[in-house]
Design a protein around this ligand. Structure first.
Ligand code: ADP
Ligand code: ADP
Length: 229
């Protein structure tokens, strides 16, 4: 179970001009298991908002709730969040198995548990035949699946994705889009997905948050946002 709430969130970067906010008065209630997509042009504050939720950027003003806790001061590792970024880097010298197991080993999971989790994730993502390969011997889509696998092995209830498909070619983007939607239904995570691609937003979102200049311009279902008469 994981609901999220952003309440009057502002971000002013330290090196920004005084009063120049990257994010201004961002308010949003994300329901448990909801798939939210942030869309908007480059520089409108999508990544900044996502990174504040993840705990990778300080919140200048406002409150972030996970379930009923204010988590502004919580370290990223205490927020129970999984993340996938655009520039996911796999460890080139490690096998697919070891790439997916890496975070679990760091967190001192038991060996048998690691094996079970990695194998389950590999099964879900169709990576079972490739567990002993190195990233260089995989296709782009397979590599992206390993990055997803690395994120889902911990079963975190919240899943954040920042343009995870933008480095893939058009055809692969379409198929990975469907896979991510399927993954979401299967894992029941509360998901926030950042993209500047309207088609991705329309096909994946329960609700779309349209941002512009650091502010929310509109929130609604794909129908409400894109199919106005
Ligand atoms: P995107 O448009 O895909 O979000 P950007 O090219 O805007 O990517 O940003 C890439 C990286 O550069 C991000 O990690 C962001 O934090 C950083 N960045 C963007 N704008 C600035 C800035 N004005 N000063 C410092 N870092 C920035
Ligand atoms: P988006 O993800 O929508 O492309 P960002 O959240 O990356 O937008 O950026 C929002 C604004 O904050 C932009 O004006 C960008 O230049 C600025 N920005 C992003 N990262 C930094 C940073 N590390 N330092 C200063 N300004 C930044």
């Amino acid at each position: 179970m994981a609901g999220l709430k952003l309440e009057h969130i502002y971000k002013e970067y330290e090196n920004a001009k005084e009063g120049d906010y990257a994010v201004t008065d961002f308010n949003l209630d994300v329901k448990d298991r909801e798939f939210i997509v942030f869309v908007g042009p480059s520089g409108c504050g999508k990544s900044t908002t996502l990174r504040m939720i993840a705990g990778l950027e300080d919140i200048t003003k406002g409150k972030l709730y996970i379930n009923d806790n204010v988590v502004n001061d919580w370290a990223p590792k205490d927020r129970d969040i999984a993340m996938v970024f655009q520039n996911y880097a796999l460890y080139p010298h490690m096998t697919v198995f070891d790439n997916m197991a890496f975070g679990l080993k760091l967190r001192k999971y038991e060996k048998a548990d690691i094996e079970k989790r990695v194998k389950e994730a590999a099964e879900i993502l169709g990576l079972t035949p490739y567990l002993q390969r190195k990233p260089a011997a995989l296709s782009g889509g397979q590599r992206q699946r390993v990055a997803l696998g690395r994120a889902i092995v911990r079963d975190a209830p919240i899943f954040l994705m920042d343009e995870p498909l933008s480095n893939l070619d058009a055809k692969l983007r379409v198929s990975m889009r469907a896979e991510i939607a399927k993954l979401h239904r299967r894992l029941n995570t509360t998901t926030i997905y950042v993209t500047h691609d309207q088609t991705e937003a329309m096909t994946m979102a329960d609700r779309i948050v349209v941002m512009r200049d650091g502010k929310i311009q509109q929130v609604g279902t794909p129908q409400e946002v894109y199919y106005k008469p």
